[in-house]
Design a protein around this ligand. Sequence first.
Ligand code: NAD
Length: 362
Amino acid sequence: MEKFKYMEEYGYEQLCFFQDKNTGLKAIVCVHNTVLGPALGGTRVWNYANEEEAAEDVLRLARGMTYKSALAGLALGGGKAVIMGDPNEIRKDPTIREAFWRSFGRYVNGLSGRYITAEDVGTSTQDMVYVNMETNHVVGLPGRSGDPSPFTALGVFKSIQACCRHVYGDNSVEGKTIAVQGAGNVGYYLCQLLHEAGAKIFISDVVDERVKRVVEEFKATPVDKDAIYSTFADIYAPCALGATINDDTIPQLKCKIVCGGANNVLKNPLVHGRALQERGITYAPDYLANAGGVINVSYEHAEGGYNEEAARRDIDRIYNRMREVLRISDETGALAFQTADKLAEGRIEAMRNVRAILSPRR
Ligand code: NAD
């Protein structure tokens, strides 16, 4: 990849490589866009095959965060960090672990608040506690906003209600059938909300105990992992992996709605977004549906500190935003993800102009 060319094409601001020989830290931080505010995005630890793969991942993820925060109405830009390595290896030696994360914290601090980090795949709250010993530019700390998953699930639930209203004329999920893929953090809490609202759940996971828990607690029906796509259900809710809407799965779908917590649900957004539209299946743009977690964590940075009630009120607004996106898409014929992108880009451009006005420091 020609990085400068790619960064120029998609409007990236900054890509930083950090290393610390003593701890073995190899990190890449990407700040995609800071027009709306500091770039917030978690730190992912992953066994990348090489640094090219890691750089491509952080670039893609950081841009996704810009759109997610912009559409969620947050005063935040988009950024992300990736660390090359095996999370279990890093955790093995407690002394190295502390030094590893504190060295990362010092580098994050060096970005002077342009980038705010948080947990992501392969990191824990304890890792962020170490980061916080070196910088205040970190959220998702214990005793503050806590685990984002229930809040992400709440946003997905509101999105499902908005999709039901759009498709069936009524936002109730009572009596609706929902095929949930993934009974992990988000999937579990989503099933809880769906069950309380009277929906009938089909659940799949590659880990049997997770399926069992949802079956026992929420009267769900277990489904084989490959059979989840062809399950007769009103809604398919992907809460595990990305790219599950693709050439293989689309012909199997029996649902009317695709709405879940996973990121990058459409393998090829244009091709597979269009294929869903042609089949009359309503697609809820993923980064709008799963914004509850980032909305919640953003309240750690709000004036007056974290406020769960305000965060929940804000997450409720995903319902109206989703309805708006689906309505505009119907009226214009645009794909739902294109409408979402356009609204996010429109907000960034409007605010870019506002920021051109000279204002004394507060
Ligand atoms: P998680 O790891 O807790 O749960 C994912 C679950 O999917 C696991 O139980 C795993 O066993 C299962 N799984 C893996 N492959 C599967 C397959 N082929 N079929 C069925 N199940 C499979 O992760 P999570 O935090 O619940 O996140 C789920 C998705 O939501 C991810 O794509 C994540 O990026 C996205 N997301 C999460 C949050 C959050 O707040 N946690 C926020 C935004 C987006």
